[in-house]
Design a protein around this ligand. Structure first.
Ligand code: MOS
Length: 732
């Protein structure tokens, strides 16, 4: 029975969000709450020779200034600082010692009665540095690029196949550093509960990840710290790892035995993770008819000196298209910068952008329609693992997307289409992402009045977890959605990993199903045991929950109300907690796919690009909520517009310092940059992946969008821009 799953159900947390009653990490308060302000390093590498907090401490209202010199005890072992998604290496530790590893590194925390005082006093902290030689420019350091430990196995011999190919395309595509810029600032309110105990309200994608981390770093018992994050104003990967302000707020609260809030400024947020700059070298070789014979993708990416952050940029080419020969590699250049982190579809957003631009260039060289080229190389098997897919409706994505867009009317000639003084261009690209699942548990408490509370430690980072959990629970328990309340993102709730990787929808939905199944079984037993029960002779497996009743095959004529059954059993409540179960079977590849079509209009004299239409056709299994799901893809498309045309973190390498650490100069799309976005969910039934056939759509929406736009810009102007973003100066 699906009254809610698969329907455009409105957000259950929508009212709380738009009326302001939803509280975010920096909005929680406590008696005597103190405010912290961070002092940052202004050099990229070296050591603090002298740090004088005397003047700051004299300011009325300042309580204390924490630095490496006077900080309380912090764990020494690397292991304590490694959170569940930490990359290889030795994680950064704020206020640990005098070493400066990156510009913008926190070096002191001023704590005062109010924020303005803390901010003012922070300007009085005097620092002398011993600066050391540093490098922050990837392109100046390509010579030091080193392959990761486990290079991917090549298939065939890509080099010689490339040399022999009838048609070849080879180029570098450059993706700049990008920062997340979620609306909500990075924030923590650490509330002192007495006796060394804290409730930590933190902006995070994983409360249990932060909980374990804080217990390790501060050597606390699990019961001493509780981490709560009921609402998140966007995170996109920036909240997967514990952010440094959670350490600072916790440190100050424990030291002062007071409640302390630390909120970073927009500028300070640029001192945390980001999408690393990458240089993506793609080489494709094809026969004259367009059949691919060689695919080579080598990515070179930035990481910090202390950690190896690396994602799958280059592997998609090997997986996606049919080609007997392929190779990929991912190299890192270690610079004097902070460690990058996951940012929506990490690896794929950048790598597939390069691949799909290269495919477009190959199509031009072959004089083939870009969709036709992709169909010629279409593979029903995962090429890198040689596995069938659990489902793959990419072919249908191309067809539905092209149809909705009107692709057949495209004149292939660049600069051939116009609208007044604007050149018109049509481009397309493929998107691909993973369909992952993780262990997640849910607890359901059903009360005899027909209400249920579902709880789980998972976060809702704005993606709609509250809503899909309520939908799945309502259907499984046969209750109206209004009778379901959902509690999330509290470290004391049943187990969940960070919400990321697009795995939480499938994972949490199946945790709810598992717990509901136990409830159904208990109710069936109760109903059957009632005197004269209409379910007396019925097999318990044929009993379902529907409309507040326990029914044989969902039929009202053979049913008992849940309330009556619980009364009979003398039960006020039934509580079940269960871990999701999913098939670990490795015999199928599990991915989501998309076909993205974009129209741009380019002002020839000014170089201004407008993305006037985007059609994104997505195949991602069953869509749990077509309303929030559509919003999810639209948001991704908007971000793809940003990636194509606007976003770039600019560093002045003479100082190793970010020059546009604010959203006035770090450009992101605004409403005026966004025109028509059409989202099509292609039917994709998947009986192998999980019971509901759900794959997750958090990230697929951005993949392919920047390339589709870049390809449209080429079609409009005849200019191939391989260095993103495509700003107007590059088109003049
Ligand atoms: Mo996503 S980049 O795993 O939040």
């Amino acid at each position: 029975m699906n009254a809610y799953v698969g329907t455009p159900t409105s957000r259950v947390d929508g009212r709380a969000k738009v009326t302001g009653s939803a509280k975010y990490a920096g909005e929680f308060t406590a008696a005597g709450l103190l405010q912290g302000f961070v002092v940052e390093a202004t050099i990229p590498r070296g050591r603090i020779a002298r740090l004088d907090t005397g003047e700051a401490l004299k300011v009325k209202g300042v309580i204390d200034v924490f630095t490496h010199a006077n900080r309380p005890q912090l764990a020494d072992r690397d292991e304590a600082w490694k959170d569940e998604v930490a990359p290889e290496g030795s994680p950064f530790r704020p206020l640990y010692d005098e070493t400066i590893k990156f510009n913008g590194q926190p070096i002191a925390l001023v704590v005062a009665q109010d924020w303005e005082t803390a901010k003012f006093a922070a300007t009085l902290v005097r620092v002398d540095y011993e600066q050391q030689p540093f490098v922050t420019d990837l392109e100046a350091e390509l010579g030091s690029a080193a392959e990761l430990d486990k290079p991917h196995e090549p298939r065939g011999d890509a080099a010689s196949a490339l040399a022999k190919a009838a048609v070849r395309h080879e180029a570098d595509y450059v993706i700049p550093t990008e920062h997340h810029n979620p609306m909500e600032l990075y924030a923590t309110t650490a509330v002192w509960e007495g006796d060394g105990r804290l409730t930590v309200y933190d902006k995070t994608q994983g409360v249990q990840n932060v909980h374990k981390f804080l217990c390790g770093v501060f050597d606390k018992n699990p019961d001493d710290i509780r981490v709560v994050s009921p609402y998140v104003g966007g995170a996109f990967g920036s909240g997967l790892r514990p952010q440094y302000q959670v350490v600072l707020a916790t440190l100050a609260a424990l030291a002062l035995k007071r409640s302390v809030r630390v909120v970073l400024t927009r500028q300070q947020m640029y001192g945390l993770g980001y999408r690393p700059m990458t240089i993506e070298h793609v080489a494709l070789g094809a026969a004259a008819d367009g059949a691919l014979d060689a695919v080579s993708h080598e990515a070179i990416a930035v990481s910090s000196r202390y950690e190896d952050f690396a994602r799958n940029d280059a592997g998609w080419a090997e997986q996606l298209y049919r080609s007997s020969n392929s190779r990929s590699s991912h190299k890192l250049v270690h610079l004097d910068v902070s460690t990058p982190c996951d940012m929506r579809a990490p690896g794929a957003a950048s790598g597939v952008c390069a691949l799909e631009c290269a495919m477009d260039e190959l199509a031009v060289a072959l004089k083939l329609d870009p969709v036709e080229l992709r169909l010629k190389c279409y593979s029903d098997r995962d090429q890198s693992e040689d596995l069938p897919y659990s489902s793959k409706q990419l072919r249908e994505c191309y067809a539905r997307g092209a149809d909705a867009f009107g692709w057949s009317k495209r004149n292939p000639e660049p600069r051939s289409m116009r609208d007044g003084k604007e050149l018109v261009g049509w481009g397309m690209a493929t998107g691909v992402w993973e369909a992952l699942q993780m262990p997640v548990a849910a607890r359901i408490v059903l009360t005899s009045n027909g209400h249920a509370e579902v709880s789980c430690a998972a976060s809702d980072i704005g993606t709609g977890t509250y809503t899909i959990v309520a939908q799945v629970a309502a259907d499984a328990l046969g209750l109206p959605i209004e009778n379901i309340s959902v509690r999330l993102a509290d470290s004391t709730l049943p187990q969940a990993p960070v919400e990321g990787g697009s795995w939480m929808a499938a994972s949490s939905a199946h945790a709810v199903l598992a717990a509901a199944e136990d409830i159904r079984r208990e109710l069936a037993a109760l109903a059957k045991s009632m005197p004269g029960s209409p379910l007396g002779g019925v097999d318990a497996t044929d009993v379902t929950l529907v409309d507040g009743t326990i029914a044989h095959n969902g039929e009202h004529s053979h049913s008992v109300s849940i309330a009556d059954a619980m009364r009979h059993g003398g039960l006020e409540r039934i509580e079940k907690e269960k871990l999701n179960r999913f098939d670990e079977d490795k015999s199928h590849a599990r991915n989501t796919h998309s076909a993205v079509f974009a129209e741009v209009k380019v002002d020839e004299e000014l170089g201004v690009v407008r993305v006037t239409r985007v059609v994104s056709a997505v195949a991602a299994g069953r869509i749990l909520n077509t309303k929030t799901g559509r919003s999810q893809i639209m948001g991704s498309v908007v971000w793809g517009i940003g990636m194509a045309l606007h976003e770039e973190t600019v560093m002045d390498h003479r100082f190793g310092r970010i020059m546009n650490a604010n959203i006035a100069e770090y450009h992101i799309p605004v409403n005026a940059d966004v025109y028509d976005i059409d989202v099509i969910f292609v039917d994709e039934r998947d009986d192998l992946i999980n019971r509901l056939g759900v794959k997750g759509i958090g990230e697929i929406g951005i993949v392919g969008v920047p390339a589709a736009i870049a390809n449209a810009v080429y079609h409009a102007t005849g200019k191939r821009i391989r260095r993103f973003p495509i700003t107007l100066d590059k088109l003049l």
